[in-house]
Design a protein around this ligand. Structure first.
Ligand SMILES: [Fe+2]
Ligand SMILES: [Fe+2]
Length: 488
């Protein structure tokens, strides 16, 4: 069995200090442009032209999200040793100023129709550009892209589509069409040049996984699909920007599926298998008793909220299965009904939860770290919604693992140590098995189809590293190599 080259050579950096200098340099290059887009919504682009109170409120919601994206970019830049403030100040100073500001952001929007249609066009460029970053080697950057896709593609763009539909229904179709023609070329330009030396480096270094022109194609396809729904038209010159005319691009070359409906019949069962595993892990309910074991009303609420949010990612996975044509309900049901039932359930989740609060904190910490690391395998997956889910899920599990760790740090040290040795001894081998065997036919098939982007071994190694760091903070020794070997 052999893994595709891109999987065998896959780099995954969890922390800034692991990032090599050339990768760091290109991340900074990209993010100093991105940050000017996040802060480019100068005053003449906002609130005042919204026709209704609902729309005004929505703009505030959107602008808050842009600042969230901006903060995310700023945090990564700071991690990379770059002060984001001068870039932000410059972007905010006026519509036309900003050395790294894109042409599109220098154009003025005249009215509500233009504002609505730029949501359909330009907000979509933000979402689509994030697709090429979902498999970025620097994990915080990949996670940022996943969240950005949700906000820009599923939020801001979708809201734009709604507004456009409303405008067309009000008889303003011509004005909408005119706005499309006005902004389309500058949106095409947003994606950048073709076959540039910069672009080559971005791809080689794993900062991006799609070329500029491939991203441009995905944007065209996505826009085409939505405009058809609203009975608006694409411009005649599909590839003509203000800066130049771009060459046509093949969708097959991207290796991606924008939606479940685009997935070919032979790939569907494989993706469904991966997603079914996640559905069963989210509905296994092994952890349910933790709410009852939590010692205070504050902790009971905190744990219940954790499970509510965790189950939400189960719901999203279930919806993905539905979109793939598989009924998720029997799969969720099978996992939930009995401890040991569920043909997609991992062995880890078939073990009874321990009873004491300390033991539960330890077991749930291990579970969350395993789940966090396991989501790395589908970062940058061929099915865009799965790739996005993985980034969001990774961050959620990281947060949950940190919560359990904080609880453990607040408990009595000697009893955590006593319980820790026992719990790790029992659960660690099960956790190592969560990631699947090395060199199996399944692993190869997932990687060849582009569903998984990292090997089981690599992801398991990251889990061991994550857990080891926490264990050191807790003063706990990690189980010996023999345990790891036996389980691997
Ligand atoms: Fe944004
Ligand atoms: Fe946006």
């Amino acid at each position: 069995m052999s893994l595709p080259e891109r999987v065998a050579n896959r780099k995954i950096y969890l922390r800034a200090e692991q990032v090599p200098d050339d990768v760091r340099q290109f991340i900074v290059k990209m993010l100093t442009v991105q940050i000017q887009s996040e802060y480019a919504d100068a005053p003449d682009r906002s609130g005042s032209v919204c026709p209704t109170a609902e729309d005004k409120a929505w703009v505030d919601f959107q602008i808050a999200q842009e600042k969230e994206h901006g903060l995310g970019v700023s945090l990564i830049l700071r991690d990379m040793g770059v002060d984001p403030l001068p870039y932000i100040k410059e972007a905010e100073s006026s519509v036309t100023v900003g050395e790294r500001k894109l042409d599109y952001f220098r154009m003025r929007m005249e009215d509500w129709v233009e504002r609505s249609m730029t949501r359909v066009l330009a907000e979509r460029t933000g979402g689509i550009q994030s697709i090429g970053g979902l498999g970025a080697s620097y994990v915080p950057l990949a996670v940022w892209h996943a969240k950005n896709y949700v906000d820009e593609a599923l939020g801001h763009t979708a809201q734009g589509n709604k507004y456009a539909k409303r405008l067309v229904a009000e008889g303003r179709r011509e004005e909408c069409q005119k706005a499309i023609e006005k902004f389309y070329p500058s949106c095409l330009d947003i994606f950048g040049g073709v076959d540039t030396s910069n672009e080559k480096r971005y791809l080689e270094l794993g900062v991006k996984t799609l070329s500029n022109n491939q991203s441009r194609l995905l944007w065209i396809k996505s826009l085409e699909r939505d405009l058809k729904e609203i009975s608006l038209e694409m411009p005649a010159a599909l590839w003509k920007g203000n800066r130049r005319e771009y060459p046509e691009e093949s969708l097959a070359g991207t290796g991606l599926y924008l939606d479940a409906s685009d997935v070919p019949a032979q790939v569907r069962p494989l993706i469904a298998k991966v997603v079914s595993g996640w559905v069963q892990s989210k509905y296994a309910r092994q952890n349910e008793m933790a709410v009852f074991a939590a010692p205070t009303p504050e902790e009971k609420l905190a744990v219940a909220i954790q499970y509510r949010d965790d189950r939400k990612s189960g719901l999203h996975a279930a919806r993905m299965l539905s979109a793939l044509g598989v009924d998720p309900d029997p799969i969720a049901d099978e996992a939930e009904r009995t401890l040991t039932g569920g043909k997609h359930k991992v062995d880890f989740l078939k073990q009874p939860l321990p009873e004491s609060w300390t033991d539960i904190c330890l077991q749930q910490w291990i579970a969350a770290r395993a789940s966090q690391a396991a989501s790395l395998a589908t970062f940058g997956s061929c099915l865009v919604p799965l790739a996005v889910w993985s980034g969001i899920h990774y961050e959620g599990q990281e947060g949950i693992a940190n919560q359990w760790l904080t609880r453990l740090e607040g408990l009595d040290r000697p009893s955590v140590r006593e319980a820790g040795l026992r719990i790790l001894g029992h659960w660690y081998p099960h956790a190592l098995r969560v990631f699947g065997g090395d060199g199996s036919a399944n692993e190869e098939a997932y990687c060849r189809a582009g569903i998984k982007t990292a090997s089981n071994r690599q992801v398991r190694g990251i889990f061991v590293e994550l857990l080891g760091r926490d264990a050191a903070a807790l003063g706990l020794p990690m189980p010996g190599v023999s345990v790891a070997r036996q389980a691997g």
